[in-house]
Design a protein around this ligand. Structure first.
Ligand code: CU
Length: 143
């Protein structure tokens, strides 16, 4: 009986070692895909975003940091390129999608996304901010 017990112990240790070795040699897929985000700082003020257009390369992880300087503003962007079907495949993949981000005066709002597919993506103000509100827009161009 003792021999069998030892045998089981050896097998257990062996299995444990294999699992451990596997864990140590395989980089975690999450870490492997971890890419440093390209930080883009934007200013939102009556009645424009600057700079605009902003160019990024396809496949880039982007972190927008938008500061509203003079008034509350908003940020709304389509996830498909301007010339694509509205229900087409999203080319911008947002970490936490929202219809309209509120940009509070004097604050910086962070928006993360993956710029997956080339195209021009127009964004607009979605917080009524004055007479020129409807014309307040900017562009992200994914090359
Ligand atoms: Cu506005």
């Amino acid at each position: 009986m003792k021999g069998i017990a030892n045998h089981a112990l050896v097998l257990t240790l062996l299995a444990f070692s294999v699992v451990l070795a596997f864990c140590l040699t395989q980089p975690s897929p999450v870490v492997a895909q971890e890419q440093k985000a390209q930080v883009i700082e934007l200013i939102a003020k009556k009645y424009e975003y600057s700079p605009s257009p902003v160019h990024v390369k396809a496949g880039t992880k982007v972190r927008l940091k938008i500061t509203a300087t003079d008034h509350d503003h908003g940020f709304r962007i389509g996830t498909v390129p301007d010339d694509a079907q509205p229900k087409g495949t999203p080319g911008l993949i947002f970490t936490s999608a929202q219809d309209c981000w509120q940009l509070k005066k004097g604050e910086t709002t962070t928006i993360d996304f993956l710029a997956q597919s080339p195209g021009t993506y127009t964004f607009r103000c979605c917080h009524t901010c004055g007479l020129g509100h409807k014309g307040m827009k900017g562009q992200i161009v994914v090359d």
